[in-house]
Write a protein that binds this ligand. Sequence first.
Ligand code: SF4
Length: 421
Amino acid sequence: MLNPPRPVTAISLAQPDTIRLPFPPPLSLYIHIPWCIKKCPYCDFNSHEEPQLAKGQSSLSASQIESHYAAYVDALVRDLEGSLTAVWGRTVQTVFIGGGTPSLCPPAQMARLLDAVRSLLKLSADAEITMEANPGSFERERFEAFAEAGVNRLSLGVQSFSDDCLRRIGRVHDARQAQDALDAAIRIFPRVNVDLMYGQPGQTLASLDHDLAMALQRAGSALSHLSIYQFTLEPNTFFAKHRPEAMPDEKLLESMQTLIDERLGSAGFQQYEVSAWSLPGQRCRHNLNYWQFGDYLGIGAGAHGKISDHRGIRRTTRQRRPFAYIDALTHKPEPQHAAERWLEPRDLPFEFMLNALRLKDGVASHWWQERCGLPAQVLVKQARRAIDKGLLDADPNLWRASDLGWRFLNDLQASFLHESP
Ligand code: SF4
């Protein structure tokens, strides 16, 4: 563990090399549940194949599966208890249970986990509580119990409504299951997000159009959010080593992006982030907090967090391997399950802009001082250069990518990287 930066003194106030936040930013909680029935060949998340944990695939009894998750929930609760001093007195605005496939967790254990969250933390009365789920029929049967446990927003990993596409990307569900799960989710949860992917191997424009139509014909007060990711070959995945056939070329990708803009735009969805679209007023509050450089406590195997206090801003990472995480929280002294890194002032322009510029509307310019605790002068040189190149809007009230900057977002974000002297 690194030492925190030197303490703030009266003399160091408003100095460009000292982080001093006027007040803590909004706070969220991320909980990671790391197991999946099967590892998808494109996936680079901290997810671990454990088919034994799903009904119908298991030589384990229901009570053995329950005990497995009970041990993990015990570890999560210990992790949370050990983290309380870092967020003492602060209200948690949103909770996101991600994975992995959290919907494999038995509902009784999910309820126990959310009860512990409510009793240990100050949760806002209207807290958004999202859970990720996959569309297998096994999971669909549990949606009502998850809603009763307190989940009020479901994020469903559909990826495609085409059996051919789903098979090519190695998903365990089929198109029928995706439709049934989505219909059940819309019936049960007040808010639903669907994840789709474009640019999949072998995917045609017509197939993507079908995927969009299947989602949009169900759009309404519940299905009010779509996350549409570009399929990419990530390092350290099966597909990185065994490149799938029929990857789309640049021209097809561009046509797909145009199609997405047209179809979602005419259905009343607004793109508010690189991959996120919503009906008015239905943005994902949890993800917005990441992009607006809010704080988040991250618990669970491999979970990342960002926590600010009077000493500065630190990023935290939990032990990545699930059983080592459980073990560390059961038998060993607390620090062994986590590592942390204090951010240096020179890291912050890039860290802040990497997130903020993903938002179509950008962020209020005064949030730089409020959420990074540094004076505006720290950003001025890099921002001026980006404005001169036409990549950043010259609006004194906003940090926002221009139309050109939106097209070359990686270049714009990289222009805020620290330059070696
Ligand atoms: S279901 Fe999701 S988290 Fe699990 S392996 Fe597939 S992409 Fe990764």
